[in-house]
Structures are given as C-alpha cells and as structure tokens.
Design a protein around this ligand. Structure first.
Ligand SMILES: Cc1cc2nc3c(=O)[nH]c(=O)nc-3n(C[C@H](O)[C@H](O)[C@H](O)COP(=O)(O)O)c2cc1C
Ligand code: SF4
Ligand code: SF4
Length: 262
C-alpha cells in the first residue's frame, strides 16, 4: 500500500509512478490508513525544512501497528532532505514497523515563504518532472528486491550539506516559528472563486461574506492554497511578493481530489 500526502502534486505523481511499477493501492493523506493487505507500506510525502510535514507525522502516529512488517519512505524534495530519513525511521519504528529503505526524488520546488526561496525556472521544473519516471523505476526495483529478499534496501537519498544541522536545528526552529498560517491573505487580485478553500487538505480556509478567503489555524504549510490560486492572489506577508507558482502538476492533483469526492 502507498500512503501519500501531496501539497501540490509532486508526491502524488511519484506515488502514481510507483503504483504503475509495483501495483500497490494508493491511500491519500490525511485519511485513515488500513492495514496493508499486500504486507508493505510505502510512505510518499514532500520534505518540509529537512523534516517531515506535521500532517505526515500525525498520520504515522495514528497508523496501524506494523508487527515488524517492511515499510519504505519515498520523499520528494526540491533539492535535499537532510536527515529526514532518520526522523521517519524513528517515527515508524514507534508503530512497530520495520524501516526497510528510504529514497528521495527531486521534483519542482514549492517553497516560497522566505527571502531567497522561489520556485524553479520552468526549464528546471520540467527537467525534474521528466527525470522522475526513471528515478522511480529504480526505487521500485529496490523496494521489490527488499520485499522479495526480506532484507532492507540501501538508503538512497540526497542529504545535502550540513544535514545534521538542517534536520536537528533548523527543522525544530522552522516548526516552532515559521509554520504559522496567520500571515496568509488574499490581495486585490482575488476573484473569489473559492478554489483555495475547497482544496485545502486540512479544511483550514473559509470564504467570508465578502467573498474572500480567511485562514484558520489548522495548517501543515503545504502551500496548495498559494500555488492553486488561478489569480496568483494568495500572499504570505511580503515574502511572496514577486514569487512564482508551481503549477505543473496541480491539475492532476485537483482531478484526483475531485474523483475522490464524486
Ligand atoms: C514548507 C515547505 C518546506 C520545504 N522544505 C524543503 C526542504 O527542506 N528541502 C527541499 O529540498 N525542498 C523543500 N521543499 C520543497 C518540497 O519538498 C518539494 O517541492 C516537494 O516535491 C513538494 O511536493 P508536493 O507537490 O507533493 O507537495 C519545501 C516545501 C515546502 C512547502
Ligand atoms: S483561489 Fe485565489 S482567487 Fe480563488 S478565492 Fe482563493 S485567493 Fe481568491
Ligand atoms: S491553509 Fe494553505 S498551506 Fe495551510 S494546509 Fe491549507 S492549503 Fe495547505
């Protein structure tokens, strides 16, 4: 079974590619995770500040107990994951699962909320999406071999420089001070379409009587509301001024979500 969280479609694309290779069923997060009938659980999610999104940590903490069954991590990132694989391994071990392989896949960057961080150029974003099927095929082969042999696969992630500091120091700081949804607002470009509210995975956005979105305090900072907006009207203080949107895979994500609700 593949349990996937995806803010803007990258991780969903990787999960679909994995499914094509391995045939495992997909369960979208947030949501209940049944015990995997096929005997393995593959977590697919984006990296946030060299760690795991809170929504994924919550899903792991409430997942069924693994009874020493193999579980795998396939994380998507813009560049590198620090030591997020170790955090993931610790979290799944607590549920009795046996971490049997961690992998990362570089996909278009979605983080835009701080100075100096922006989406990739269209060429780089497309190049990453084009390279994904070959990378996922190699990951699927390693997972298949680990399942057949009962032995863990080698860790195959891009940790990047200063990995220990990024995950051990910056990630906890980021969770505490840089994940508040309070600074979100819609500027004058907003056309009141409500797409940001309808598509928020945590149902954190309501439309006010004036036809503008209003953000609550349940947020995992996936930035779906920012990237999905057809008018590019979602702002986060002044940090998003002049920043781009990552929209290559957002239509696929929306149609997947749409098919689930109909
Ligand atoms: C809050 C936030 C933090 C991020 N931090 C990192 C990071 O530490 N390293 C990295 O390479 N990419 C980082 N990214 C980029 C995403 O991990 C990457 O774009 C991912 O593929 C998004 O997947 P999704 O479309 O499934 O949400 C971050 C994105 C967000 C929204
Ligand atoms: S998606 Fe954009 S245009 Fe539509 S309601 Fe939200 S902020 Fe306004
Ligand atoms: S409010 Fe926006 S960033 Fe926060 S969870 Fe919802 S869609 Fe994601």
């Amino acid at each position: 079974m593949i349990a996937v969280f995806s803010g803007t479609g990258n991780s969903l694309r990787v999960a679909r590619l994995l499914q094509k290779e391995l045939g495992d069923a997909i369960v979208m997060l947030p949501g209940e995770i049944p015990y995997p009938a096929d005997g393995r659980l593959i977590w697919v999610f984006p990296i946030y500040s060299w760690g795991l999104p809170p929504v994924v940590l919550d899903a792991i903490a409430s997942s069924p107990e693994g009874r020493d069954t193999q579980t795998f991590m396939v994380a998507t990132c813009g560049d590198d994951i620090g030591r997020a694989d170790r955090r993931w391994a610790k979290a799944v071990r607590k549920r009795g699962w046996c971490p049997a392989g961690a992998f990362s896949v570089q996909m278009p960057n979605t983080y835009v909320l701080m100075k100096g961080f922006d989406v990739d150029s269209p060429e780089l974003a497309q190049a990453k999406v084009t390279a994904a099927p070959a990378r996922v095929a190699a990951i699927a082969a390693a997972i298949r071999q680990a399942t057949e042999s009962g032995r863990p696969a080698s860790t195959d992630v891009v940790s990047g420089s200063f990995a220990a500091i990024k995950t051990g120091v910056i990630y906890p700081w980021f969770r505490r001070y840089a994940m508040s949804p309070e600074p979100f607002f819609a500027d004058d470009r907003c056309i009141g379409c409500g797409l940001c509210a309808r598509s928020c995975p945590l149902h954190n956005i309501t439309m006010t009587q004036t036809g503008r979105p209003d953000w609550g305090d349940r947020c995992t900072l996936c930035l779906r509301c920012y990237h999905v907006c057809p008018a590019h009207a979602v702002c986060y203080t002044t940090a998003t001024r002049g920043k781009g949107q990552s929209r290559l895979l957002i239509a696929d994500l929306l149609s997947e979500l749409d098919s689930q609700t109909h």
